[in-house]
Design a protein around this ligand. Structure first.
Ligand code: GDP
Length: 206
């Protein structure tokens, strides 16, 4: 897929304030600092589209970006920030889970995992919730340039072993580096294939 245009559509504090759900949507989520903003900028090739910040937990909004005037990319607030208060955190969980469970046009969610780390409970807990909620997702490992290929693969393998305790079904797995634009074709191809399948299904119905 070639990205011809990408722009912020709107930011919303909850599902009820989200824009009309008339385009297929793909969400991105992960722990704060996992590299989500860098990923969105790398995918769209629009510098600064999503803010890259070292202050985790600053914005607790759902950001909607319209891409190629045909689908939306959704930037969900990072989970598990240390600085957010307890009240904020509860609220964050509620509005993100509400969005994920009830957004009718959501096709799939990219769950970003830092490939430098051994399996983290916070990521596994979130994925457990995704599996229980029967929501489709892709595991997207980030920052692969920060370690050797073998070390990144060892962390990915360890993560997948832990994931099997949650579900026997292996999810799609992609590895990426926003710094080097690695993984970009595979991520965009995944989205393009899903969009094509969606169009085909609609044509069959009509
Ligand atoms: P977010 O909080 O998940 O949106 O993460 P950011 O995109 O703001 O990235 C957090 C930090 O990791 C920043 O300092 C980025 O420059 C850095 N970073 C993000 N992606 C990569 C990557 O692929 N490679 C490297 N080396 N650093 C990255």
């Amino acid at each position: 897929m070639i990205i011809q245009s990408a722009a912020l559509l709107t930011s919303a504090p909850d599902l009820a304030s989200s824009p009309p759900s008339d385009l297929p949507e793909f969400a991105f989520i992960g722990r704060s600092n996992v590299g989500k903003s860098s990923m969105i900028n790398m995918l769209t090739r629009v510098k600064g589209l999503a803010k890259v910040s070292d202050t985790p937990g600053k914005t607790q909004l759902i950001n909607f970006f319209i891409v190629n005037k045909s689908w939306t990319l959704v930037d969900l607030p990072g989970y598990g920030y240390a600085k957010a208060g307890r009240k904020d955190r509860a609220n964050f969980c509620a509005f993100v889970s509400d969005y994920l469970q009830n957004r009718s046009n959501l096709q799939a969610t990219f769950v970003l995992i830092d490939s430098r780390l051994t399996p983290q409970k916070i990521d596994l807990d979130f994925l457990h919730w995704m599996v229980d909620s029967r929501l489709p997702f892709i595991l997207l490992f980030t920052k692969s340039d920060k370690l050797s290929r073998a070390a990144a693969q060892a962390n990915i393998d360890a993560f997948l072993i832990r994931f099997r305790e949650i579900s026997p079904d292996a999810p799609p797995v992609l590895s990426s580096s926003s710094k080097l634009s690695h993984g970009r074709p595979e991520i965009l191809e995944f989205i393009a294939t899903t969009l094509a399948a969606d169009r085909e299904a609609l044509e069959t119905i009509s």
